[in-house]
Design a protein around this ligand. Sequence first.
Ligand code: NAP
Length: 520
Amino acid sequence: MQILTSYVQGRFHAGSGASVTLYNPTTEEALAQASSAGIDFKGVLEYARAKGGPALRAMTYAQRGAMLEALSKAIHAHRDELIELSIQNAGTPRSDAKFDIDGAIGTLAYYGRLGQELGARTFLYDGPGVQLGRTARFWGEHVLVARPGVAVHINAFNFPAWNMMEKAACALLAGTPVVEKPGTPTALVAWRIAQLCVASGALSEGAFQFIAGSVGDLLDHMGPQDSLAFTGSSATAAKLRGHANLVRNNVRVNFEADSLNAAVLARDVEAGSDAFNLFVANVALDMTQKSGQKCTAVRRVFVPKERVDELTAEIVAAANAVKLGDPSDAAVRMGPLASADQLRDVRAGIERLAKHARIATGGAGAIRERGYFVAPTVLVAADARQGAFHAEEVFGPCAVVLPYSGDAHEAAELVALGGGSLVTSVYSNDQAFLETAGLAIGAWSGRVWLGSDKMAEQSLAPGMVLPQMIHGGPGRAGGGEELGGLRGLSFYLQRVALQGFKGVIAPDSLCVSRSAAPTA
Ligand code: NAP
């Protein structure tokens, strides 16, 4: 059986003692074991601070960008092997495996290019300067400088490649060494990527460490210049938020937690129109892609009350047209859930929702003899305000159709009952509906995706997280923010207000050879 090693303090470490077993969720066969026992976690942070930080901070943005581009290429060169590992350990069909792995490759390449564009500078200006004195002699500038700390990244099981590398890309470009910990049940892909990154020779010393298994007492040793970015359930996020050492040292934290994402169909969208087809296709895609184990997947589908039966029938037909089965079969589009724990949780979640809604298709029952499979499940509710639909994240191929009046304000109010989401999609060809719903929902959703006939042909699905746009959401969704081009670097940088003689601090003066013009 494969033993997943950690990569700490410049070498691979095989954990001793109790380990966690990773399974193939299609066959339920044991695949690998992970254990971080024996790691000196305090030493991990000290090593990153002593070696990783100084080496990265000595590099310009262009040099760090080149490093990210080299990592992107190193992963791309092993794309097929990684897809195969994803099929085995995450139960993802090839298309879903690509979604994760290409996401990692593309995000690294994007931030690599951004670094190259920033060029030979080691810090960034943030916005225009301000005159502070009677004349421009006394001047102010906001500048973003690298912090001499470590970025600890705790990632969820559902995107072992993308989740690890989107965080690493932003931190490394900002000049911060990383410690990456993937979700253990699907860590095989992340572990192989860690090996590839190390073998590429592109990483500066101490820039990257990887932990297979638990983070042990790592968080107890984090300090005021360190940062923790977490992706996972809101239950774990709540535990980490209250961690005594993180609170004591005011460690910077960013939480990406679970989310009851919504889709809203307006009354004006006619059956058979491009916007209508897009709505049905996107809801079915979100339910079945990665077997619904996507933080951005739609869970609540709001449709005008007189169209519930029509829309339910369309969604059921589209979801059931997706071939379910062994993900190594090229014709299969939906595999099993990633783990036995996931299967237990999803079944229990469907049963809880079914107390308040009728099941139009699917359900919690077993559908195959072996493997952690659940059928695509569409529920239909009579009362859109029933609390369970806005509180229960069933992290699987499951969505609930909920009736509303067709009024944009009411749609926004219902979306808000979820307490904060990562993404809400709104489908209409009516400018007033899109504006009203979109802006009202904006306060409750990190991203609002506006679907219409005009953009249907070119659109990327709402569940897709793009490095150019921010990812994160308020309230229940964690209250965090990642990516968004240069915005993604801010979490790792210190914004400092420089005040003094303009001739010293304005962009054409301050370290002119290293930082040419205002950016950020
Ligand atoms: P999880 O159980 O909360 O675990 C997330 C990560 O936290 C894993 O690496 C886990 O390690 C680690 N962890 C658990 N307890 C910990 C503790 N006490 N101290 C330190 N680390 C701890 O979530 P999951 O099941 O992996 O992921 C599914 C959830 O993530 C869903 O709710 C989904 O909505 C959410 N998610 C959100 C986003 C987003 O961007 N907002 C993206 C993806 C997923 P082990 O695996 O070793 O237990």
